[in-house]
Design a protein around this ligand. Structure first.
Ligand SMILES: C[S@@+](CC[C@H](N)C(=O)[O-])C[C@H]1O[C@@H](n2cnc3c(N)ncnc32)[C@H](O)[C@@H]1O
Length: 275
């Protein structure tokens, strides 16, 4: 990695405690260039000086590094599969062993669209089957601002535009030009800070022990180099129950060392099971 980028990353680590050294260099460079342009600086050296003079800019830099783009039911094919196959199968296997709990982790949850989408689908299933379950959905991110917005549960049109009308009617209300997720769904998801590169914890401390039936880690791994993906895959693997589902983003696959630990469930979406 170029020294100029390294210096900026070291400053971020010292001043804000975030370690982005495992992020892909090309991505970091592109995003720093954007901030150089937006702050009217000439080059990396000038921008570095600017960061020292204006420490608030460190937060803007963190914002462009942690890309929060998300949507309800992002990648509809994956969510169709979760709805039609994963959830019914999970309830069936739980019923066989008299287990009435379901534990889900959304790792890198951004503004919360992903864990809320899961909560909606499970709620719909429970209504249809007239069933009940002890459901815990843990949603984590390193971006505290995103977590705050997630807990508030307000969204713009871009986030909800793929929501089916029947779901929209039941679970959203429109307030001026914002869309609010229902209280019924909001209270099912618990948001907390967790760095997927944390050296001391495998699972989010809020979840206490992991033991997840479903882990979603979508559109997060793409930002990391292979060494750091390895650290994350170790956590994902250990946090899942045997036969648990791992759901990745469209451009993500289990890396070497993990590809024989997961079985792909469907050729059209990145849904795996722990072997
Ligand atoms: C593009 S969003 C993905 C949101 C959602 N999973 C989806 O697919 O729609 C990536 C998220 O990963 C989070 N992230 C980046 N590095 C992380 C880390 N080291 N630990 C936890 N979350 C991280 C970012 O803050 C951002 O909210």
């Amino acid at each position: 990695m170029k020294t100029k980028i390294k210096n900026i990353l070291n400053l971020l680590k010292e001043q804000r405690g975030f370690d982005f050294t495992g992020y892909r260099t090309s991505m970091l460079e592109r995003r720093i260039q954007k901030r150089i342009y937006d702050t009217n600086q000439k080059n990396f050296d000038d921008y570095f000086e600017y960061l020292i003079r204006q420490p608030d800019e460190l937060d803007n830099l963190i914002d462009v590094f942690t890309i929060n783009v998300s949507r309800f039911f992002r990648n509809s094919l994956a969510f169709e599969y979760i709805n039609k196959i994963v959830i019914p199968e999970l309830f069936l296997s739980k019923a066989k062993v008299n287990d009435n709990s379901i534990r889900i982790w959304s790792a890198g949850c951004s503004y919360g669209e992903e864990p809320y989408s899961m909560a909606v689908l499970i709620n719909e299933f429970l209504r249809k089957e007239d069933a009940s379950v002890n459901m815990s959905i843990f949603a984590t991110d390193i971006d505290k601002k995103a977590l705050k917005r997630a807990s508030a549960g307000y969204y713009g049109f871009e986030s909800v535009k793929k929501v089916k009308y029947g779901i929209y009617e039941k679970y959203f209300t429109k307030e001026e030009n914002r869309f609010k997720i229902s209280h019924e769904i909001k209270r099912k998801v618990s948001f907390s800070f967790f760095d997927l590169l944390d050296k001391n914890h495998i699972v989010p401390p809020d979840s206490i022990f992991g033991g997840f039936d479903i882990v979603l880690c979508r559109n997060v791994l793409i930002y990391f180099n292979l060494d750091h993906q390895k650290i994350i895959f170790k956590k994902l693997y250990k946090s899942l129950n045997q036969n648990g589902y791992l759901i990745l983003g469209e451009a993500e696959v289990p890396i070497e060392g993990f590809n024989n630990k997961f079985r792909r469930e469907n050729k059209y979406c990145k849904i795996y099971r722990k072997i």
